[in-house]
Design a protein around this ligand. Sequence first.
Ligand SMILES: Cc1cc2nc3c(=O)[nH]c(=O)nc-3n(C[C@H](O)[C@H](O)[C@H](O)COP(=O)(O)OP(=O)(O)OC[C@H]3O[C@@H](n4cnc5c(N)ncnc54)[C@H](O)[C@@H]3O)c2cc1C
Length: 397
Amino acid sequence: MMPNDFKYIVIGGGLAGCYALDGIRSQDPKGSALLISSEDHLPYDRPPLTKKLWFGKKKVEDIFIHDSKHFADNGIEVLLNTRAETVDARNKTVTCGNGAVYRYEKLLLATGGAPRRLDIEGGRLEELYYYRYLDDFLRLRSQVGPQTRALVIGGGFIGSEIAAALNINKADVTMLMHGPYPVDKVFPESLGRAIQQDYVRRGVKIVSHDSPVSITKSGSTFFTRTHSGNSIGADVVIVGVGIEPEMRLAKQAGLAVENGVIVNEFLQSSHPDIYAAGDNAFFPYQALGIRTRVEHWDNAVNQGKTAGMNMVGAGVPYTYMPYFFSDLFDFGYEAVGLISSKLRTVADWQEENRTGIIYYLEDSTVKGAMMCNVWEKVDEARQWIKSARHIDVPVHV
Ligand SMILES: Cc1cc2nc3c(=O)[nH]c(=O)nc-3n(C[C@H](O)[C@H](O)[C@H](O)COP(=O)(O)OP(=O)(O)OC[C@H]3O[C@@H](n4cnc5c(N)ncnc54)[C@H](O)[C@@H]3O)c2cc1C
């Protein structure tokens, strides 16, 4: 092989890319492998960026999945701070920003997602936080102290978690959200309203049913004007309004894409030598009988592993049901299956809106379950969904 020829190339040094290399090595301990990552850090876990790193429960050095010795010992070459610019699917090459060309036998696109930008005046201001990366945490951490005025735009997972983290760090936090209450796409209304009350009780100001129209900077203060005429001043503005799957390479390489890179049950794209996994993969979710994309940790880890194994030829279908988790102050949950506030829900509370299980139903069949401050139930919940458990009447404890 020429020095720039690799059996396996993984583009994207996030969770899916990193665990794909573990999957490859579980099947092929020696085949040459290259990881191309546009970040300047070895692969790390993202969940602590809005949680444990803010609470002193983890230090930055604890969040890396493997150290550089692991990659070296496993014969994996790592290019950090390097962007793959083009993929030539016919000649099986990847060209990087610095002009270097690498040849592959099997390629994985683990390019994840990029934060959605606000398409408003000031939405491209350099200093805004489109919060996703370790570098965002490092910069924000150095800027935030007691009384720092923080505006969090977006009430989804990232917005709600970072608002809680900043409040715990004594910042003066305002949340601006389009929806009626935090995490409204997921929480049924009564739970969402209870969470909102808890935020307000802890001092977080919540501006709901509203959205930004412009952001300007005067001195060191950002002024965010909103549709309903509010003007909110802040020292830092953090935006969490969702992500877009990163599909530039896939499109340029001529792969089939929709809401993500279209893959089959083996996580193989429309080109048999190119795979996709993680936040960018639009895959058949067998247990739910749908094609979807999942933006959560457990999916990225397990899809990455499976894709890596299949790049070697293991032929393992991805039938796994990923769960997700989040922590909002002392309200923590794990959820699996179809979790949408558009579905009918039935709650089995031990303590209302704090401890219990929410079932997400289609007709009366369980499609998803959220375990609120209830732990080690995810496997059981997977069984409820797989066995199409029926719940006919509201459950009470
Ligand atoms: C702050 C935060 C907190 C989270 N908390 C939770 C949680 O509590 N629970 C949960 O279930 N999930 C959580 N998630 C979601 C979870 O972390 C993601 O689903 C997961 O990280 C996705 O991994 P990925 O590898 O698919 O994509 P990413 O993590 O997006 O990684 C993709 C990588 O590819 C790189 N890349 C993209 N294009 C190129 C290119 N052309 N060349 C080279 N490199 C490229 C990107 O820079 C990035 O490093 C959180 C996410 C964030 C951001």
